[in-house]
Design a protein around this ligand. Sequence first.
Ligand SMILES: Cc1cc2nc3c(=O)[nH]c(=O)nc-3n(C[C@H](O)[C@H](O)[C@H](O)COP(=O)(O)OP(=O)(O)OC[C@H]3O[C@@H](n4cnc5c(N)ncnc54)[C@H](O)[C@@H]3O)c2cc1C
Length: 413
Amino acid sequence: METYDLIIVGGGPAGATAALYAHRQGLKCLLVDKERFPRDKICGDAISGKSVAILHELGLVDEVRTLPGAPVGHIVFGSPNHTTASIPLDRYPLNDLITGNTLPMEGFVIRREVFDHFLFEKAREVCADCYEDFSVEKLLWDKDQVIGISGTDTDGQTRELYAPVVLGCDGYRSIVARQAGLYKLESKHWMVALRQYWQGVEGMTGKIELHFIDEVKPGYFWIFPTDDGRANIGIGMGHDEIKKRKADLKSMLQNAITSPSFQARFANAQPLEKPIGWNLPVGSKRRTIHGNGFMLLGDAAGLIDPFTGEGIGNAFYSARAAIDMAAEAHLVGDFSARTLHSYESRLWKVISSELRLSTQLHGLGNWGTLMNMVIGKASRNKEVSDLLCGMMANAVPRTQLINPLFYLKLLFD
Ligand SMILES: Cc1cc2nc3c(=O)[nH]c(=O)nc-3n(C[C@H](O)[C@H](O)[C@H](O)COP(=O)(O)OP(=O)(O)OC[C@H]3O[C@@H](n4cnc5c(N)ncnc54)[C@H](O)[C@@H]3O)c2cc1C
């Protein structure tokens, strides 16, 4: 019988970082993924400050800087009335919420095929065993306690593997969550987003661009630079909103590309693929993400930011918190839901205020007018652009964004 201290199902950002943290805690770990790396993952490919903070802690940032991709120095916000504000990222250092470290603010756009492969290989080096092409099909139980997994390997053989803790890092269709009875597709808390790679889009510099334009309301149109002159573009929207409006995301993306503000930039550009969609379970509600002998991480736990669609940062945060929990559970020899509950409460303590704020921002009815006001001001006024930069760095409270007085002040300043 093969036994480990910990089994990690899924080798994306959540699973690979969990393996790296597990190694630091001396846990004997098995990592499995149903795919073979390098593999693609539909994403905007943006790696933000909070993700970089974790990469710093894991000692990986220097190597990440050398991966093919684009360093990000600015964020461009575009308003519905087509004003843009370009905010430099380096005005404030980042106060990272989970590590407590203060670091220079930096970000990257790196295709997930490259980034995930890099992380997976790092994880492979430190795991006791690591299986690709291994699809997990079942959780193994002893009464109501998870004790392992069963899955099919490359040769089509069913194998059973055992550990007192299983981490579900297996993305939005999580088999671990399904088997544990925690999987729920609630359209209010799910989004869909499309990604399309292009070659030759004009004006690609070290900036990521978020355009809150009418063609893709109530989401945004992103244009991110990546390696080899490629651009990652896309849009996203809530499942509810799509149903309500009978929205066709592919047409909306096409309308954004051909709209007067963008058509010149795409005039000599070629799409490298058809737009591809993927689901995003967002953290607009607190879900149960633990039970007897298991924890859910990253997209399996539904931790994506409902406003920005960013999920890698919280996937990393969840990995850090889950491994701290797994190590403590090993110390006391108790893997019950009662003990593992601490994982959920500690993680939620760090990420809940940001997720709550993003949910509130996403729900603001008069969003277009407010965007015109904030982005318009930021484009002309360094103080306001500084303020937005400070919010991204956690140096200035973001809650101002949902305070009417903030907008009144902007109006009259
Ligand atoms: C269009 C789009 C744009 C996005 N843009 C951004 C962005 O720019 N920045 C950002 O931070 N976030 C972005 N996100 C969110 C981000 O992609 C996710 O939050 C992130 O991938 C979560 O990582 P994860 O490790 O939890 O899951 P995943 O990356 O989905 O990894 C899950 C892994 O589990 C494996 N797996 C699944 N089932 C099984 C099984 N049964 N057995 C074994 N292995 C299994 C899969 O093969 C996969 O490798 C975007 C999402 C979408 C859809």
